[in-house]
Design a protein around this ligand. Structure first.
Ligand code: SF4
Length: 155
């Protein structure tokens, strides 16, 4: 089960995209120095396909990418709901911010345009730091993955 805590349109999470970012609670990763430790808790509303329809109706076409921010507690649902967007809103790209190092087996790459991997580790910094352990992967049409983390480092 996924639960969403809040959502907003953001500009920096995915380069060159206007992202409707939905923040999920129930995060199992518990990274030391986490920017949002309240997302570890069981808070917010259940997130399902009706939630997606609601948000698409609310924001209309004012974004280019739908961002699943978290959801490592239930990657199967992340995958299923990304597929729902692919089918019902094919003009919108999909992104997933995971805190795991590896993409889980439940994830079908064809449902995503971008996947961020890796936990937050204080000494390595965030995606904006060249020392980061995290990676932003672009999923190409042939389902190969391309590390585009360096796009965060360009001025
Ligand atoms: S994955 Fe993100 S939300 Fe979860 S503990 Fe790590 S930094 Fe916090």
């Amino acid at each position: 089960m996924l639960k969403y805590f809040n959502y907003d349109v953001v500009f920096q999470e995915i380069p060159n995209e206007v992202t409707l970012a939905v923040n999920f609670s129930l995060c199992p990763n518990k990274c030391k120095g986490c920017h949002s430790p309240w997302l570890w808790q069981d808070k917010g509303e259940i997130f399902d396909s009706q939630s997606i329809d609601y948000l698409f109706d609310l924001y209309k076409d004012n974004f280019t990418c739908f961002g699943f921010m978290g959801g490592d507690n239930d990657p199967q649902s992340v995958n299923m709901l990304a597929k729902y967007i692919r089918i019902n809103y094919p003009h919108i790209k999909t992104a997933w911010y995971s805190g795991k190092n590896e993409i889980p087996k439940e994830i079908d790459l064809k449902n995503f345009n971008y996947i961020k991997t890796g936990p937050y580790i204080q000494e390595y910094g965030s995606l904006k730091d060249k020392t980061t352990n995290q990676k932003l992967l672009k999923i190409n049409t042939d389902l190969s993955t391309e590390d585009i983390t360096n796009m965060f480092w360009k001025k």
